[in-house]
Design a protein around this ligand. Structure first.
Ligand code: ZN
Length: 149
C-alpha cells in the first residue's frame, strides 16, 4: 500500500497582501504531470505503459515491474473516504482563519491512496468522494475532495 500527498496540507485562502499564504507543492519533473492536469481540473495518476500498474505518489520507475516507461493519465476523480483528521491548531499562520480544517485519506477508484483536503460536510468512513479543484495560484491548482453527488 502506498500513499502520497497531492495537495499538501493546504486549503484555499488569501493572505494579507493578496497572495496565497500557505505552503505550496514543489513542482519537479517527476510530479509536473500531476500539476499540469490539475490546472485543467483533471486528477491524473502515473501509469506504467509496460504492465499497466497505476500508482501514486509518482516514481522514476514502476513499483511493480521497475520499467521507466511511465506516463500521466487522467482518472475518474472518484474514491472513498478511508480516514480523516481535523486540525485545530494552525502550524502555519495562513491556516489560522480556516480552523478547524480537515485532511483526508482517499482510496481512489483506481487503487492508490491520496492525502488531500476534505471540504464540505464530513461524510462517514467509506462514503463516496469526488475531486474538486481550487486554483490557488497561476501555477498551482489543488485537488480537494468532497462527498460525491
Ligand atoms: Zn510496470
Amino acid at each position: 500500500m502506498s500513499y502520497g500527498t497531492a495537495s499538501g496540507p493546504a486549503t484555499g485562502g488569501v493572505g494579507p497582501a493578496g497572495g496565497y499564504d500557505k505552503p505550496l507543492p514543489k513542482i519537479t519533473p517527476l510530479n509536473k504531470g500531476f500539476w499540469d492536469y490539475a490546472r485543467q481540473h483533471q486528477l491524473a495518476l502515473q501509469v506504467c505503459t509496460k504492465c499497466g500498474d497505476i500508482h501514486f505518489p509518482p516514481g522514476p520507475v514502476c513499483p511493480k515491474c521497475l520499467s521507466d516507461a511511465q506516463e500521466w493519465r487522467p482518472v475518474s476523480g472518484r474514491g472513498r473516504l478511508e480516514s480523516w483528521v481535523e486540525f485545530h491548531r494552525a502550524y502555519w499562520p495562513g491556516f489560522a482563519a480556516l480552523l478547524p480544517y480537515r485532511v483526508c485519506l482517499v482510496k481512489l477508484a483506481e487503487g492508490p491512496l491520496l492525502a488531500s483536503t476534505l471540504v464540505g460536510e464530513t461524510p462517514e468512513i467509506g462514503a463516496p468522494l469526488q475531486v474538486v479543484f481550487d486554483a490557488v495560484t497561476d501555477e498551482v491548482t489543488l485537488p480537494k475532495f468532497r462527498r460525491a453527488d
